[in-house]
Design a protein around this ligand. Sequence first.
Ligand code: BJW
Ligand code: ZN
Length: 239
Amino acid sequence: MTILDIRDRIAQAESVTVLTGAGISADSGVPTFRGEEGLWKNFRPEQLASPQAFERDPTIVWEWYNWRRELLSTKEPNAAHKALAELENHIKHFWLITQNVDGLHPAAGSTKLSEIHGNIWKVRCTNCGNIQPNHDVPIAILPHCNDCKGLLRPHIVWFGESLDQQDLDQSFQALRSCEVLLIVGTSGVVYPAASFAPIAKQDGAFVVELNLDPTPHSDLVDISIQGRAKDLVPLLLPM
Ligand code: BJW
Ligand code: ZN
């Protein structure tokens, strides 16, 4: 089966769900997490991306997020983000689940999506829970809530934290009901997203993986194609 056969399969489907990870934004110059050039090569996840780290030293955590916000402010959606934004117009029941917090999917025009790990361009009050968009680069350290003066944190799901229940419900519904699940650029090791491919497969979806390298899911999916997201995803748009 070739990528063009997959395109035909998608064109005929009434329901398509897509799961993306850092690999789709790698083609926009955004660093991934794992691998040779990944963020976790230089930073220990538990020292920066955990509620304990923020409690211990919110300034260091905010400095890391400021560095990433600065980097991301120079990046733009690539051909893969744009193709997925276009694809949602062609499929009756379409849902995009992204683990990415970079905001490049909405920037490309995607509207039917769950950002299950949050969004780096939003802040949340640790006191009143209020969520606000915030595009300051850099953000003033330490930022405080306009309403209650509580400390603001990035609106991101850190290790050990639960995902938003509405995002989870929406995602599971989309995974259980789709004819095709397309997985793009994720290493497939972080839960609960790591369980999405087996769930969709069990419920009868045709599962396609597009990734630069093989992943723990490559043997489970119906077809795994190796290559860059920006080259492969646009080929899936209906003619
Ligand atoms: C290309 C490419 C190109 C490159 N084209 N491809 C069950 C079992 C075991 C552990 C757990 C479990 N349930 C929960 C856990 C704990 C934990 C977890 O999963 N840990 C694992 C590491 C084992 N999960 C959680 O804590 C989650 N919470 C939760 O489940 O709550 C309930 C609960 C809690 C505790 C115990 C039990 C239950 C929350 C997870 C939140 C993850 N957050 C992060 C960081 C946010 C910080 C930030 O960004 O500011 O989100 S982790 C990091 O990994 C980030 C990503 O979204 C996520 C996934 O990474 P992704 O996208 O796959 O990137 P990479 O870098 O790993 O892979 C890139 C891929 O692209 C590679 O495959 C490349 O080949 C490919 N690629 N260039 C195509 N051009
Ligand atoms: Zn507040």
